[in-house]
Design a protein around this ligand. Structure first.
Ligand SMILES: O=C(O)CCC(=O)C(=O)O
Ligand SMILES: [Fe+2]
Length: 326
């Protein structure tokens, strides 16, 4: 595979994969593999998440984050590692850091009522937490969750084909998977001197999950670290979702597909008093998924780089490293 230094992340049309000719489908898979080998990020259109739903989603989270901190704190669930409901300002820090990120966020997981009683994950997952002050929040978040989960399943089919696996390799692993919709508010800071000098909106990190799907944010700031060390700005156009590889897929493929480091930088000092909102969907498998490197990704040139682990074990370890789990 040739090395490419992209100046921007490649754009693809998911419709080429889902309803295109066999040639278009194959070209989608090839371009996706090329992008994930080199920069770890693509932007896709025709993903199914309409503008109207995105607008409603942003409106509902703006309403929630505008509530007083004491009210939002009612929705914090530290005993479940903040995996549902609200996480307050500065509580999460990137792996390997102590300074908290300049953000607050809200986690939405699988809606338990949609899971069949016979499936053990129904007992495993915590129930969602819904803010009574914003009654529309629940239905809008659930709809976005389902739509993004579907788009993610299609992306994983393309990834499976690229890896030479059966197209449906990931299907049973992500059915009622432990995915999380994270609604983020990078809050306004009136006095930039009041926060630690090294505090940033989101310090550089790789995502934990298989893939992340990210709709357009309300402001600039997201950057991805290219192989040559240069930070490349990322903006999703209004009709695009940015989709990147997370650490679980990086492990499974023994780094054939790369989880690329990214960050959200602070705005210039005079704009620190402005908010930024963004909403990533972290696509996780079920916790029992085996993340042992695929045999096809290990050979003499590429010796196995990871200890065997399940998705659940890996997630627990990372939540402790992020300060979310004691
Ligand atoms: O806010 C963004 O644009 C990206 C956030 C992010 O990378 C994350 O929450 O993992
Ligand atoms: Fe991220």
């Amino acid at each position: 595979m040739k090395e490419i230094l992209f100046d921007e992340i490649p754009s693809l049309d998911l419709a080429d994969f889902t309803s295109g000719s066999p040639e278009k489908k194959a070209a989608f898979v090839r371009k996706l593999g090329e992008a994930y080998n080199n920069i770890g990020f693509v932007a896709i259109k025709n993903h199914g998440l309409g503008q109207e739903l995105q607008d409603k989603l942003y409106a509902s989270i703006k309403k929630f984050f505008a509530l007083p901190d004491e009210v939002k704190a009612k929705y914090e669930r530290p005993t479940i590692g903040f995996q549902r409901g609200y996480t307050g300002k500065g509580k999460e820090h990137a792996k390997g850091r102590n300074t908290g990120d300049l953000k607050e966020f809200y986690h939405v997981g699988q809606e338990l009522s949609t899971i069949p009683d016979s499936d053990p994950v129904k007992e495993e997952y915590p129930a969602n937490v819904w803010p009574e002050e914003v009654p529309e929040f629940k239905d809008i978040a659930n709809e976005a969750y389902r739509t993004l989960e579907n788009a993610g399943r299609n992306m994983l089919k393309a990834i499976a084909l690229y890896l030479g696996l059966d197209e449906n390799y990931f299907e049973d692993k992500v059915a009622y998977g432990n995915s999380i919709l994270r609604e983020i508010h990078y809050f306004p800071i009136e006095n930039p001197d009041s926060v630690p000098a090294d505090a940033v909106r989101a310090a550089e990190h790789g995502d934990i999950n298989l893939i992340t799907l990210l709709m357009g944010a309300s402001a600039d700031g997201l950057q991805v670290l290219r192989k040559d060390g240069k930070w490349i700005p990322i903006t999703a156009l209004p009709d695009q979702l940015v989709v990147n590889v997370g650490d679980m897929l990086d492990r499974l493929t023994n780094k054939k597909l790369k989880s690329t480091i990214h960050r959200v930088v602070n705005p210039p000092r005079e704009l620190m008093h402005t908010s930024r909102y963004s909403i990533p969907f972290f696509m996780h498998p079920r916790s029992e998924m085996d993340l042992t490197c695929l045999d096809s990704c290990v050979d003499e040139q590429n010796p196995k780089q990871f200890e065997d682990a399940t998705a659940g074990e890996f997630l627990e370890e990372r939540l402790r490293e992020l300060g979310l789990r004691k």
